[in-house]
Design a protein around this ligand. Structure first.
Ligand code: SF4
Ligand code: ZN
Ligand code: ZN
Length: 303
């Protein structure tokens, strides 16, 4: 198998593009896909301050590496959820990455902030650990981006993440979630814009890029991912992609073209400022404060 660009030995075959590439040309291909996503969706400019949320995994570290290489102003945020060894290990990969590439890294630890890991809060609430995890991450990246003057929050969601969320929301006809599966969400009040520059790349491509670029990343999965429904969707879509390469991409592109069909059903909600933290909330007190600031909520007479 030879690289189509230079004739050297190919490192990877990209079935959906019917393209074999050597290490150098594959890395160039990936970086071009990121540049194209940033350009196509007007995600951000060179002078904007970007906060990249990292987990120690291949996607978020590959994204930070590429944005830094392309000359963007990148700072990293790691949220330590206190999930036993998994969090300790992922934190080490983030610290090592930041050191190696001389990038600033802010760490927020639930155990340091609230005395306990995420599981303890999960037991006190009705939420599953994954939905609580999403809530915690969203709260902290919005807070840090707002308080520290970032222009945009970038996350390492790849094409597989987007199409699995899309399929899951389609199967449940959750149209209000469907319309939000976008590569760029605009700034809204205290919420800075959110960008997903890996949207044109599959999980296989980001993993290969991280490996071929010499990025050390955590290969261990979160212990709670075994029960996570998005993984079942990913397996299903991988099966389809194997027999029809390019399906994931055409599914997502089709959604972007037809998104207006669901737009009307987008629930118009009036967000208020949470009485305790000031961030946008459906109710007087946001879900984060209800879960983590129970005493204050009680004192405010809101329970
Ligand atoms: Fe969070 Fe993912 Fe682990 Fe669920 S599987 S707890 S969403 S890191
Ligand atoms: Zn080549
Ligand atoms: Zn709040």
């Amino acid at each position: 198998m030879k690289c189509r660009k230079c004739g050297e030995r190919a490192a990877i075959k990209l079935y959906q593009h019917n393209l074999s590439l050597c290490r150098e040309h594959f890395c160039e291909f990936v970086e071009e896909r990121v540049k194209k996503a940033i350009h196509d969706f007007c995600m951000f400019e060179k002078e904007e301050k970007i906060l990249v949320v990292i987990s120690g995994g291949k996607d978020s570290l590959a994204l930070s590496y590429i944005l830094n290489k392309l000359g963007y102003s990148v700072s990293l945020l790691y949220i330590d959820l206190g999930i036993d060894e998994y969090s300790d290990n992922s934190r080490k990969f983030c610290e090592e990455f930041a050191r190696k590439f001389a990038l600033s890294l802010k760490i927020i630890s639930l155990r340091e902030e609230w005395g306990k890991g995420i599981r303890a809060f999960c037991c006190q609430t009705y939420k599953s650990i994954c939905s609580l995890c999403g809530l915690v991450k969203r709260y902290y990246f919005n807070k840090v981006a707002y308080e520290e003057g970032f222009d945009v929050v970038a996350t390492g969601h790849n094409l597989d993440d987007m199409v699995s969320a899309l399929l899951s929301n389609l199967l449940g006809w959750r149209t209000s979630y469907l319309v939000k599966q976008l590569p760029l969400l605009p700034e809204e009040g205290r919420l800075k814009k959110k960008a997903k520059p890996l949207i044109y790349l599959t999980e296989r491509e980001t993993a290969a890029y991280a490996f071929l670029s010499g990025i050390s990343f955590l290969r261990e999965e979160c212990p709670y991912s075994r029960d996570a429904s998005f993984l079942r969707m990913k397996h299903l879509l991988n099966e389809v992609e194997r027999s029809s390469p390019g399906t994931k991409f055409s599914f997502y592109r089709g959604f972007l073209e037809k998104r207006h069909l669901f737009q009307e059903q987008e629930e118009k909600v009036d967000l208020k400022d949470c009485l305790l933290c000031g961030f946008p909330s459906l109710l007087e007190i946001c879900s984060f404060c209800k879960t983590f600031r129970k005493e204050e909520v009680k004192n405010a007479g809101k329970i």
